[in-house]
Design a protein around this ligand. Structure first.
Ligand code: F6P
Length: 374
């Protein structure tokens, strides 16, 4: 009997999602005669049974489109806001799955989605996932789709900022997305020739950044570009965070753990103003006029790059082959030119951060880029 598959996109959107949906759907329909059902707006679509039948006409012409034709949300199956309350909606998802006689649900998402997919797998559903996110922080895959496009977008932004920074002899601080990982800021910073790159994995001091800029000024370079990952931390903030995390892990009482969790949340919330603060501090320490540019969601929009279309298509088709072979409970990871099925339990609770001795870090240092820690 031919199979029925459900597919959803969850978490922040990114370029390449539609290419992946098409990569899964086309062979499923045309080669394996499967039924392909899309669920709208992430896991919420499964709860509310909001369907979109994916036939060849729907899958046609979407390869180059940014975003996701299915819509997305950050809703989690086990903690979903409903009618003013947060509820565990796992049972409703299981009901939808059985009502449509699904053989598998495919979840396209980043780190959070991998965890939520594992929960559904543990609730008895057949699940497969694909790794997407501009942050490139999903464990056990060489790369995630969305990253390459965002990398080009952020690099182009740095290129453009260069001409205005040189003309006005200014410091331009540019904040780049990436959540708690520095891949995007590091990659775009190197490719765009930023003079300073600050990433969460390498805590910085403002004094070190100011020193690097002043040294450049003494050498006659009257402008500087500072690429800052949104999750970058000063050495002091990092030490405080590590201490609080340790105290939370050791705390015996629930109330203490909650209080520490609130403190950690506050540090997270305070980060929003960090880049603005850094820009002002650099201006006052160096005496050079400074401006801030936050790239924000620009980095998630637009048409996917050729590399992302290719990656999303090949992971999508590999996923359909896994369904035909009835291999479930895995993420379809990218390995070299091919793919590998990695058990979800090995992916779900890990985040791929930039190792401080990563070759990109070494190259950045070798071309004289300040990473804020010298
Ligand atoms: O995970 C992708 C990402 O763009 C992160 O880089 C960023 O921190 C976050 O999503 C922003 O999320 P939202 O779109 O919910 O504001």
């Amino acid at each position: 009997m031919s199979k029925s598959i459900g597919i959803l996109t969850s978490g922040g959107d990114c370029p390449g999602l539609n290419a992946a949906i098409r990569g899964v759907g086309k062979p499923a329909l045309e080669l394996y005669d499967m039924t392909v059902l899309g669920f709208r707006d992430g896991f919420r679509g499964l709860v509310q049974d909001r369907l979109m039948r994916l036939d060849t006409s729907v899958l046609s012409g979407i390869l180059t489109d940014g975003g996701t034709i299915l819509g997305t949300s950050r809703d989690k199956p086990h903690r979903m806001p409903f009618g003013g309350k947060t509820r565990d909606m796992t049972d409703a998802i299981v009901d939808t799955y059985h009502r449509h006689h699904l053989d598998v649900v495919i979840c396209l998402g980043g780190g959070g989605t991998q965890k939520n997919a594992l929960r559904l797998h543990e609730a008895g559903l057949n699940v497969l996932t694909l790794p997407k996110t501009i942050d490139n922080d999903v464990a056990k895959t060489d790369v995630t789709f969305g990253f390459d496009t965002a990398l080009s977008t952020a690099t182009e932004a740095i290129d453009r900022l260069h001409s205005t920074a040189t003309s006005h002899h200014r410091i331009i601080v540019v904040e780049i997305m990436g959540h708690r990982a520095g891949w995007l800021a590091l990659g775009a910073g190197i490719a765009g020739g930023a003079d300073v790159i600050l990433i969460p994995e390498i805590p910085y001091t403002v004094a070190s950044v100011a020193r690097a800029i002043t040294t450049r000024a003494r050498q006659g370079k009257r402008f500087s570009i500072v690429a800052v990952a949104e999750g970058a931390l000063t050495a002091v903030e990092q030490a405080r965070t590590v201490k609080l995390r340790k105290r939370k892990a050791a705390a015996k009482q629930k109330a203490t753990r909650k209080r520490i969790a609130n403190e950690l949340d506050q540090i997270e919330a305070d980060r929003e103003g960090n880049t603005q603060r850094l820009t002002k501090e650099l201006e006052s320490l160096t005496g050079i006029e400074s401006r801030l540019t936050i790239l924000g969601h620009l980095q998630r929009g637009g048409t996917p790059s050729a590399a992302d279309r290719l990656l999303a298509t090949r992971l999508g088709t590999a996923c359909t082959k896994a369904i035909a072979a009835e291999t479930f409970g895995c993420m379809v990871a990218s390995r070299g030119d091919g793919s590998k099925l990695v058990p979800l339990k090995d992916v779900a609770n890990e985040r791929k951060l930039v190792p401080p001795n990563h070759p990109w870090v070494k190259s950045a240092r070798l071309v004289g880029t300040c990473l804020g820690d010298e």
